[in-house]
Design a binder for this molecule. Structure first.
Ligand code: SF4
Length: 195
């Protein structure tokens, strides 16, 4: 990240670092967001899943959103076979080396999913995101539930691999269903920071 030498809290792309030594500039939290929620056709089936909510338009206007498709960032194509974490396991299990991610066609994509998670964490860190808005149910971005690895539509509580890694790093994860909670949290945190 390029940094202004006179005012080290400023980055040279115009961004404002979150932890500032002076209180006169308002902090604006950045949010890492799943690309498919933003209308990008990056899902395994070549579709998107845009989230219609007034906060999205506002956050775009404010330049808050940092968009990534973790799986595509790891070189996975569109379309691609659907993938699930096997054995009813979770993203944490994958990160610990105790579970695999497989495609419906049998391909083992565990390494790609781990790389995807690392890419998302690097981007979140570089851009100062302390919050993430991720689509639920995905073996990468899921945070409330994931599918159980049988490709039968059975789901269980747990994180996808990217969500698990971001969470471990201290980033607050919100699913698309919880966007109202994120709106409330941001308002509270920024009000506290800017007073
Ligand atoms: S990895 Fe995340 S952003 Fe990419 S298609 Fe899957 S759910 Fe959407």
């Amino acid at each position: 990240m390029l940094r202004c030498t006179l005012f080290p809290f400023l980055t040279l792309d115009g961004g404002l670092e979150l932890s500032r030594p002076w209180g006169y500039a308002k902090a604006m939290e950045k949010i890492l967001v799943s690309a498919c929620l933003m209308g990008h056709a990056v899902r395994y089936d070549g579709q998107s899943k845009p989230l219609a909510h007034p906060a999205i338009a506002q956050w775009i206007e404010e330049g808050r959103l940092v968009t990534i498709c973790p799986e595509m960032s790891a070189g996975m194509p569109v379309p691609r076979p659907p993938a699930e974490i096997v054995g009813g396991a979770t993203g944490e299990d994958v990160l610990a080396g105790n579970a695999r991610v497989v495609e419906s066609t049998g391909g083992d994509v565990t390494n790609e999913f781990r790389q995807a998670a690392e890419n998302a964490l690097v981007l979140a860190t570089q851009t100062g995101c302390r919050y993430a808005l991720l689509i639920d149910g995905s073996p990468s971005c899921g945070s409330g539930f994931v599918y159980d690895g049988t490709f039968s539509g059975q789901k269980h509580t747990g994180n996808g691999v990217t969500a698990a890694l971001l969470k471990r790093a201290g980033i607050a994860i919100y699913s698309d269903r919880d966007i109202e909670a994120l709106v409330t949290r941001l308002a509270a945190d920024e009000a506290e920071t800017n007073t």
